[in-house]
Design a protein around this ligand. Structure first.
Ligand code: FE2
Length: 187
């Protein structure tokens, strides 16, 4: 289930806010400049579906988003526990980093957790199928796909190299709970 947990940056144990209410999530995130929207993502995708097939299945919302937000390119990341090098892939996004452009993701399968470091707080956003999240350029964040990753997300870009990550060098990510899907609902 989509979920927002807000922590003070120096206290990963006692959240200030913990909610799965989509309107509350969207409102709270919008207040700090982060777009969160619930879209529909219920098109069944066969296990063999590649990026092209995923984009074809979601052509309508993808085109609408590209037009509305001036995105120029999209691609697809699809990860399962069987994906080659999955442990390294998980580790790659676990350190705090920034990008030169917004990080916009539309989840169409599975789930993963973004951790956004903003205003002396960490906002953990567990995204699931149907969630659209956009983190503004330059905002420190990290992402945990969990110990048994399973998600498909469509990425939106305004520049071909916009996704390149710049590490902040901050070790804050290590102080916050990892994404363990079984515990998310109890958070
Ligand atoms: Fe990122």
């Amino acid at each position: 289930m989509s979920h927002l947990t807000v922590y003070l940056e120096n206290d990963a144990r006692r959240p200030e806010l913990s909610t799965s209410d989509p309107d509350l999530m969207a409102g709270h995130l919008a207040h700090v400049g982060i777009m969160f929207e619930r879209w529909t993502a219920d098109t069944p995708l066969p296990a063999s579906a590649d990026g092209e097939a995923v984009l074809a299945a979601y052509a309508q919302p993808v085109e609408a988003l590209k037009a509305a937000r001036r995105f120029r390119a999209v691609d697809v990341v699809r990860v399962t526990p069987a994906t080659e090098g999955v442990a390294a892939l998980r580790a790659k996004f676990l350190d705090e980093h920034t990008h030169d452009e917004d990080e916009a993701r539309f989840f169409v399968e599975g789930a993963g957790a973004f951790y956004i470091h903003l205003d002396r707080r960490v906002l953990r956003v567990v995204c699931e199928a149907g969630d659209l999240l956009s983190i503004p350029a330059g905002t420190p964040h990290w992402f945990d796909m969990g110990p048994r990753p399973r998600f498909t997300t469509i990425r939106f870009f305004t520049r071909p190299d916009g996704w390149i990550a710049s590490p902040t060098g901050d070790t804050i990510a290590a102080r916050f709970p990892l994404f363990e899907p079984a515990t998310v609902d109890a958070a």
